[in-house]
Design a protein around this ligand. Structure first.
Ligand SMILES: [Zn+2]
Length: 430
């Protein structure tokens, strides 16, 4: 039986209809940005393009890409395509890799954001009777606000605790009867750890049934660990401040990642040549916002690697399916000629019994040569048993079987790696 959808008109329209909607919106978008924004006019003119040249969906390939550097250059409001007075809400990314990216919203943008988030959370199984503990950090960051808007549209209770103060998270989770936890996956594990330290059992002492996770790359193996530890179903969310925040891509009940492609048009390109790739081919994800008003993005290069497929999903949604993010192209490391993503090392470590969820990848650079090593915390029980060299060898073996690369692994004392209440720092440079 098909599941009930939040917005079946738009989530399950025929592919032909979806393309028609996308094209109408794309044409409107190029006219809008060209006539309202100096940057877009300049880049269109430089490419010898007029808005009327966009006649088919395929013509999107004629449009220039928008990069993070462009956003930095026009910081904070240079890419706004409405009057500044039309803006009612502003968010910004943390700016860990330079100037932060600013996301301004008109009332229609705020409405759209709530709608795509409600769609996403509904697909995850969130309902009116749920109580969602919102442990993403409130503030300029889009995470907490997007989840709040979507959950409230569904009619669920939002517990606005924000991140941090982990003991209080546990008290609130227990006393308020939270049924869903919205947080980074690594923070959910830290909350579980602190609960155990206080003599509570994450599996039996709480009402939690859903995990609404995002803002961090995590492996399938990590997902299984989290689901077992809490006794929940854990779902992945993917979004970006540059596009709208969370609500761009999220999972249905079959754990397939559907792109809300009636509003955010995805493409996969070859990161080196910029050439468009076909279904199933892995490359860099590029998004065009079709309906956003204040801060539209045309062909924004995310630097995230993934693929798109035309596969049909039994949930009834016709929205295209995206693979999980393999990693940011910035996170990609080349070690002795081998391409390595942190998520691959995580997947290997999670295969080994006695290895906990806490690990760090240490990157050392000598001249042009990068070498890697891994430090992990064994579980408390495994640590007490000793003979940790066996465990280290096992972990090295698993990494070798995935990467065909020898990476030295060291077991370190439990609780010695710093915990994070937001995005975990899995790779450090020494
Ligand atoms: Zn589906």
């Amino acid at each position: 039986m098909k599941a009930e959808l939040w917005d079946s008109t738009n989530e399950s329209m025929s592919i032909a209809k979806l393309k028609e909607v996308q094209l109408t919106r794309l044409k409107d978008l190029v006219h809008r940005v060209y006539s309202t924004n100096k940057y877009y006019k300049k880049t269109f003119d430089a490419a010898g393009l007029k808005p009327r040249d966009i006649k088919h969906l395929k013509d999107i390939e004629k449009l220039p890409f928008l990069t993070k550097n462009d956003l930095r250059e026009y910081y904070p409001f240079g890419l706004v395509c409405t009057e500044m007075d039309d803006i009612v809400e502003v968010h910004a990314s943390s700016g860990t890799t330079g100037k932060s990216v600013v996301g301004p919203y008109t009332p229609n943008d705020v409405e759209l954001w709530g709608e795509v988030m409600a769609r996403s959370l509904w697909a995850n199984g969130l309902r009116k009777h749920d109580r969602m503990q919102n442990s993403y950090g409130y503030g300029l960051f889009t995470g907490a606000h997007g989840f709040e808007k979507g959950a409230q549209k569904i009619g669920a209770m939002v517990i606005t605790i924000s991140s941090g103060n982990t003991k209080r998270q546990i008290d609130v989770m227990k006393d308020f009867g939270s049924t869903a936890l919205a947080a980074t996956p690594s923070y959910s594990l830290y909350i579980a750890e602190v609960a155990e330290e206080h003599g509570l059992d994450p599996l039996n002492d709480f009402n939690l049934r859903l995990g609404l996770f995002g803002a961090e790359a995590w492996s399938e193996e990590m997902r299984i660990n989290i689901e077992k530890r809490w006794g929940i179903i854990a779902h992945e969310h993917y979004g970006l401040t540059e596009i709208i925040g969370p609500g761009v891509v999220s999972e249905c009940e079959h754990k397939k990642l559907h792109v809300n492609a009636d509003h955010f048009l995805p493409e996969i390109i070859d990161p080196k040549t910029g050439e468009t790739l076909g279904p199933g081919e892995e490359g860099e994800l590029v998004f065009t916002t079709l309906t956003k008003e204040a801060f539209p993005a045309i062909r924004f290069r995310t630097k995230d690697l993934a693929s798109l497929s035309n596969e049909k999903c039994s949930c009834g949604r016709t929205l295209p399916i995206q693979s999980r993010i393999k990693g940011r192209s910035d996170d990609m490391m080349k070690v002795k000629g081998v391409i390595v993503f942190p998520s691959q090392i995580e997947a290997a470590l999670m295969q080994v019994a006695g290895v906990s969820d806490n690990y760090q990848i240490i990157k050392t650079k000598k001249g042009d040569i990068t070498s890697l090593s891994v430090e992990f915390e064994p579980t408390e029980e495994r640590y007490k048993q000793g003979h940790l060299d066996n465990l280290e060898k096992q972990a090295e073996g698993e990494i070798y079987s995935i990467l065909n690369l020898h990476v030295p692994v060291r077991a370190i004392e439990p609780k010695s790696i710093p915990r994070s209440t937001g995005k975990a720092k899995r790779v450090i440079e020494r």
